[in-house]
Design a protein around this ligand. Structure first.
Ligand SMILES: Cc1cc2nc3c(=O)[nH]c(=O)nc-3n(C[C@H](O)[C@H](O)[C@H](O)COP(=O)(O)O)c2cc1C
Length: 197
């Protein structure tokens, strides 16, 4: 363990969310990634209000966010990198995730962010992933270039996050996700050094 901490942000808060399966799957794969500690940051758990601060967080040094928001920001700040799990709602990522991101000032600046979008359609949340990429950049994160929109995640994964489909597509997902988690940790370690310089 070299102390690399990765926050896995679960971007859906629906009680019956498919994202939970995706999250279980990722966390199972994460156990095999050396030198890193993955932690789920579940937006459903923070129960944040809608953003209503007087100014943009970056321009407002004296802000005192609500306690739940402080908790979210503190958890983000403690991480060296992020994996965002996002579904697609009407061609973009969920409002609850955008709301959570709008509270950020510099907590995630200079840190890498991988995006894993998913859906129960053939599109895999591709549009949502691309829109999220722009927002993460605006907040100073470094979105990693490769992603694999996880189409039909409801067929690929059972409720415990085990890959149950046998297909070329499932084999591709099974290979890509561990690769991308390792890549994320590699970038997180490198950028930690950069931030300290
Ligand atoms: C409000 C809403 C809008 C949706 N819009 C899209 C969409 O634009 N594209 C798509 O591929 N799937 C869309 N879907 C289907 C989602 O991919 C599917 O419901 C998925 O399970 C959502 O993730 P979640 O269960 O983790 O919230 C939409 C679902 C909801 C609830």
């Amino acid at each position: 363990m070299n102390g690399i901490r990765i926050g896995v942000v679960l971007g859906s808060t629906r009680p019956q969310r498919l994202g939970e399966r995706v999250c279980h799957f990722v966390m199972k794969q994460a156990k095999d990634v050396p030198d890193a500690d993955f932690r789920v940051l579940d937006l459903a758990g923070y129960r944040m209000p809608f953003f209503d601060e007087a100014e943009a967080p970056l321009a407002n040094r004296d802000r005192v966010p609500a306690e739940n928001v402080r908790c979210w920001l503190g958890d983000l700040a403690a991480m060296d990198g992020y994996l965002f799990l996002t579904p697609e709602y009407n061609y973009t990522f969920p409002a609850v995730l955008k709301n959570a991101l709008d509270f950020l000032a510099k907590e995630a600046e200079g840190k890498p962010a991988a995006i894993l979008s998913y859906s129960n359609t053939m599109h895999g949340g591709n549009i949502a992933g691309n829109e999220l990429r722009a927002v993460l950049s605006k907040l100073g994160m470094l979105p990693l270039p490769r992603s694999l929109p996880m189409a039909h995640a409801e067929r690929l994964l059972d409720e415990t996050g085990d890959l149950v489909e046998q297909s070329d597509w499932a084999a591709k997902v099974a290979a890509f996700v561990p690769w991308s988690l390792n890549e994320l940790v590699r970038y997180a370690a490198a950028l930690k050094t950069v931030r300290a310089a």
